[in-house]
Design a binder for this molecule. Structure first.
Ligand code: SAH
Length: 406
């Protein structure tokens, strides 16, 4: 057991504005500071807050945080509940059942890397749990979870025989006064090397301590499988490759050449290791460490062509004010991608920014292609993977277009 503060036994009673009441009834997981009308007492992060409706009936219970504008994160609506180990167990049981197609994957397509709990969208706001083989990574985005961490660990331990549990801390949580460190191993042996896990029968490494996200972009699994189906006989360029997820799938799909391009040297080195892990004797794979915009411009000048270009950049819009800039960047990438795409080649372009709406994104790609004289023919527009459900509007972030460029 970690030495952590316990949540106060005294619950905070709250009443909120009619609009906030409606939002809660409709399943919205957050109550903002400005929506609070009455409050019984000042509490501390992680205390439980009970929201009563205008007729003073129980409406919801959630995690209180006095220091952020999202003041309460809703855990349960309409039915009162004790929030303890048993409650977390029931929750994780449900999230695990929703992942059954991954959890129970057949040996040939073994998948033991997936998101077990996807925050707000799984009714656990501000909490993410990813599985990589027998290691589980818990990522907290609010200090309100800290007093409940021991209960979560106990619940997780009861359901899954984890070899190891790693803690990741989001943003402001990195500086806390509870001796919790980002990347610390809470249970099991220290990590001396990346973890090897499986996805659709392919093997990948993930470094849950130093890697981006919790070590791997699990959310692109289904798009990677789509790339595999389309890659046969193609020269494939994987732009923003990170550790080469799309590259390895393209190779299994029968690509004749695969190039991974990323600005991060450690990421493309990991991409090469991932490639070798699956195809030890193949020499199809090459690496470019560099800026995507510059390298693609150079490729165009040198007449380098591909039959498939995959573009999966980082989020360009972290704030609402950056949305236009993001669309601009997406359009530049579409232009560059199309210019190095052979006739009838396939463009795969994704956005992981929740600030950029799907329609705006898809329209921007089409417009740019049209201006470049290539009318795109769509194969598919895709959204979220099974283990990254969308539970509320703000939870929708991933979109991807698969299209031929005649
Ligand atoms: N497609 C990857 C995830 C991409 S994450 C996957 O499926 O796993 C975004 C990646 O873009 C990161 O690896 C980051 O290093 C890289 N990146 C960010 N800016 C870049 C730039 N200007 N040029 C090239 N790579 C960049």
């Amino acid at each position: 057991m970690l030495k952590l503060p316990s949540p106060s036994t005294k619950r905070i009673a709250l009443r909120v504005t009619p609009a906030a009441e409606r939002a809660i009834r409709q399943g919205h997981p957050w109550i903002f500071e400005q929506a609070i009308r009455e409050q019984s007492h000042v509490g501390k992060a992680g205390d439980l807050a009970v929201i009563f409706d205008k007729k003073r009936r129980f409406l919801a219970i959630g995690l209180y945080d006095p220091n952020t504008t999202i003041r309460v994160r809703i855990l349960q609506r309409l039915k009162p509940a004790a929030i303890n180990k048993e409650w977390f167990k029931a929750k994780l049981d449900t999230t695990s059942q929703l992942r059954a197609p991954l959890r129970d994957s057949p040996p040939k397509r073994l998948t033991n890397g997936y998101r077990l709990a996807h925050g707000e969208n799984d009714g656990l706001p501000g909490l993410v749990i990813d599985r990589y083989a027998e290691t589980y990574v818990i990522k907290l985005y609010t200090p309100a979870w800290i007093p409940h961490l021991n209960d979560i660990l106990a619940a997780l331990g009861d359901i899954f025989p984890a070899e190891r549990i790693v803690l990741r801390l989001g943003g402001s949580l990195k500086e806390n006064k509870f001796n919790l460190e980002d990347g610390m191993v809470l249970q099991g042996e220290a990590l001396t090397a990346p973890i090897i896990f499986s996805e659709n029968g392919l093997r990948f490494e993930s470094d849950p301590v130093h890697g981006q996200k919790t070590g791997f972009f699990l959310d692109q699994r289904e798009n990677r499988a789509r790339v595999e189906k389309l890659a046969k006989g193609k020269r494939v360029l994987n732009v923003f490759s990170y550790t080469g997820g799309f590259s390895v799938y393209a190779a299994r799909g029968g690509a004749t050449e695969v190039v991974s391009l990323d600005a991060s040297k450690p990421a493309i080195e990991a991409a090469e290791r991932n490639f070798k892990l699956n195809f030890p004797s193949s020499n199809l794979h090459s690496l470019i460490a560099g800026d995507a915009f510059e390298v693609m411009t150079e490729m165009k000048k040198k007449d380098r062509r591909f039959e498939m270009v995959i573009i999966d950049p980082p989020s360009f819009a972290r704030k609402a004010s950056q949305t236009d800039g993001a669309i601009n960047a997406y359009q530049k990438l579409t232009r560059l991608g199309i210019e190095i795409l052979a006739p009838n080649g396939i463009l795969v372009q994704a956005s992981c920014s929740s600030r950029v709406e799907s329609d705006a994104f898809f329209d921007a790609i089409h417009l740019t292609a049209r201006r470049a004289g290539r009318l795109l023919k769509e194969i598919e527009r895709t959204s979220h993977a099974l283990d990254h459900p969308i539970g509320f509007r703000e939870g929708e972030y991933l979109k991807c277009l698969f299209a031929y460029a005649p």
